[in-house]
Write a protein that binds this ligand. Structure first.
Ligand SMILES: [Fe+2]
Length: 465
C-alpha cells in the first residue's frame, strides 16, 4: 500500500514547493458510466483518496456519494481451498453520482466522462474478458502475453469503432488463484477477489473502452457470490449497494446471488432487458431448488418488463439458445445445448423460454462467437464470449446435425460460428427492429456480417475460419 501512495504523492509534493500556479496532477483513478433501471445512468469513480471527489455536471460541481468504503472483507467460502484463498481487499473508495437525463457534460478531476445517448445506434457487444488463473482446472492463461490474453487490444479496437453504448455480457473476473511458481506467462499477476485482481483483469485493460461510452454490465457466473460477487456489487451493478446483497457473508448468498431483471430504453420503442443469471447451473434445476424458484420469478418479471415495449433485446450471460462443444475422453465431440438450469425454470412457465416481444438474446459464457436463428418462434441468439478469456476451441460443425438443437422445441434455421478467434461484436441500427451485426477481429477486420430482422437473423459466413 505504502509505495503506490508515495508514488502518487511525490509529484504533488515537488510541485507544491515551486510553482503555485500549477495545480498538482490529480491522483490516478478509474472512472466509468453504467446504465441501469429504465436507463438511469450513474457515474462511478474508484479512487485511493480520503474522500470522494467532486463531479462537475453542466459546469456545476457537486460531491459524489460514497458507494463503498475502503475495506478488507473477511475470507468467505469460495470454490478454492482456504490455502488457495485470501480475504478480498478493496483499498480504495467506490464513489458514484447519478447523471440526470439531458446532462450535456460530466467531468471528474478534469477527466470527461462518456454520456448516454437517448437512442444509441452503435453498440459494442463483448464478454468473457478476464485472464483465467484457476487451480481446480489447472488453467493458467498467459496474462502477460497480449497475444494470448488480448482484452486490452479488443477494448482499444472496440473503442476505435466509436460506440454509443457498450454491452458486457458477463464474466469479468478470472484471476482466482495464484500463478504457479516458474510460470512466466502469468508470473506476477494479482489473484483472488480483491481490487488488485479486478483492476488487472478488467479496469486497466478495459480503460479505453470504459472512456469511450457508457456500459451495460450484465453479471456472469464468475461474479456469483462464491467468486467475484463482492466486486460485482461494489463496482458494476447499476443499482444501490445493499447490505445483505453484497456477497460478503455466505449466509446471505440466496439474496446476493440473484437480482431482478431491468429494462433500458434505447429508442424506437425498443428496450434492452438485462438478466442476472449468475448462479444457474448447466447441471439443471428442479422444483425445490432455490434457483428454480428464483429463475421462475425472474421469468415473470422479464415477461412484465417485455410488455412495456413492442421490441426487446435480452441480455443473459448464459445462452439458453446457443450451442457449445466438448471433447470426450475418446476424442469424439459432444455438442452441448443451452443452459439447463434456466431452461428448466423458465421453460416451466413458457415452453418457448422467452416472452414473444423479445427479438434477440445476447450472451457469452461460451468462449466463441455464435449466431442462431429459428424457424420456431424463438428469438435469435448471439454469443459474444470471445473478448479475452482462453477460447473454447473444440470445433462446431458448419451445420448442426438433424435433431440437434440448443433447446427442446427450438428449430434452428440459420447457424453461424467463429471458434478460436478473439474479437468483439457490433450492432448498428438499420430500422425499428433491424440491426446490422458485425464480427470484428483483433486487427480491426470484419470477419462476418449478419442481419437481424425481427426475430430472424442470418449471416454471410456460416463458419468463420
Ligand atoms: Fe460464464
Amino acid at each position: 500500500m505504502l509505495l503506490p501512495i508515495l508514488k502518487r504523492l511525490a509529484p504533488a509534493m515537488l510541485l507544491a514547493g515551486c510553482a503555485a500556479t500549477n495545480p498538482p496532477p490529480p491522483p490516478d483513478f478509474t472512472s466509468y458510466v453504467v446504465i441501469g433501471e429504465y436507463g438511469a445512468a450513474v457515474a462511478r469513480v474508484l479512487i485511493d483518496a480520503p474522500a470522494c471527489p467532486e463531479i462537475v455536471l453542466d459546469q456545476r460541481g457537486q460531491p459524489m456519494t460514497l458507494r463503498a468504503p475502503a475495506q478488507t472483507i473477511p475470507l468467505r467460502p469460495t470454490p478454492s481451498a482456504p490455502a488457495d484463498s485470501k480475504p478480498a481487499e478493496f483499498p480504495l473508495l467506490t464513489c458514484e453520482a447519478a447523471l440526470p437525463a439531458g446532462t450535456t457534460s460530466a467531468t471528474v478531476l478534469g477527466r470527461k466522462l462518456p454520456l448516454p445517448k437517448a437512442e444509441p445506434t452503435r453498440i459494442v457487444v463483448l464478454g468473457d474478458t478476464g485472464c483465467r488463473l484457476q487451480k481446480s482446472s489447472n488453467s493458467w492463461q498467459a496474462c502477460n502475453d497480449s497475444a494470448q490474453y488480448p482484452f486490452a487490444t479488443v477494448a482499444a479496437q472496440a473503442a476505435a469503432w466509436k460506440p454509443d453504448l457498450v454491452i458486457h455480457v458477463g464474466d469479468y473476473h478470472y484471476r482466482e488463484n495464484a500463478c504457479p511458481e516458474g510460470n512466466a506467462g502469468c508470473a506476477g499477476s494479482p489473484w483472488g477477489y480483491g481490487w488488485d485482481a479486478w483492476d488487472e483483469d478488467f479496469f486497466a485493460p478495459g480503460a479505453k473502452l470504459l472512456d469511450a461510452a457508457p456500459w451495460v454490465m450484465a453479471r456472469g457466473n464468475h461474479e456469483n457470490c462464491q467468486r467475484g460477487g463482492q466486486g460485482y456489487w461494489r463496482f458494476l451493478d447499476p443499482r444501490p449497494l445493499l447490505k445483505g446483497r453484497d456477497c460478503n457473508a455466505a449466509a446471505d448468498d440466496n439474496v446476493g446471488n440473484y437480482s431482478d431483471p431491468y429494462a433500458i430504453p434505447i429508442g424506437q420503442s425498443t428496450q434492452l432487458l438485462v438478466l442476472d443469471t449468475a448462479n444457474t447451473t448447466w447441471k439443471g434445476l428442479k422444483p425445490g431448488d432455490v434457483g428454480y424458484d428464483k429463475y421462475r420469478d425472474l421469468y415473470r418479471k422479464l415477461d412484465a418488463l417485455s410488455q412495456r415495449a413492442p421490441r426487446n433485446i435480452g441480455i443473459s450471460h448464459h445462452p439458453l439458445l446457443g450451442m457449445g462443444a466438448d471433447r470426450k475422453a475418446d476424442g469424439g465431440i459432444v455438442l452441448l445445448p443451452g443452459d439447463a438450469g434456466l431452461q428448466a425454470a423458465m421453460g416451466s412457465l413458457n415452453p418457448l423460454l422467452f416472452p414473444p416481444a423479445i427479438q434477440a438474446m445476447l450472451s457469452g459464457h461460451v468462449h466463441l462467437w455464435q449466431q442462431a436463428s429459428f424457424s420456431s418462434p424463438h428469438p435469435s441468439q448471439f454469443i459474444a464470449g470471445f473478448a479475452g478469456t482462453s477460447e473454447d476451441i473444440v470445433p462446431l460443425p458448419v451445420q448442426l446435425p438433424p435433431g440437434v438443437t440448443p433447446a427442446p422445441g427450438a428449430v434452428v434455421e440459420h447457424f453461424s460460428s467463429w471458434v478460436d478467434g478473439f474479437g468483439f461484436m457490433t450492432m448498428e441500427r438499420r430500422g425499428p427492429d433491424q440491426w446490422q451485426v458485425e464480427v470484428h477481429d483483433l486487427q480491426g477486420n470484419i470477419r462476418n456480417r449478419c442481419t437481424l430482422d425481427g426475430r430472424r437473423s442470418v449471416c454471410e459466413v456460416a463458419q468463420v475460419k
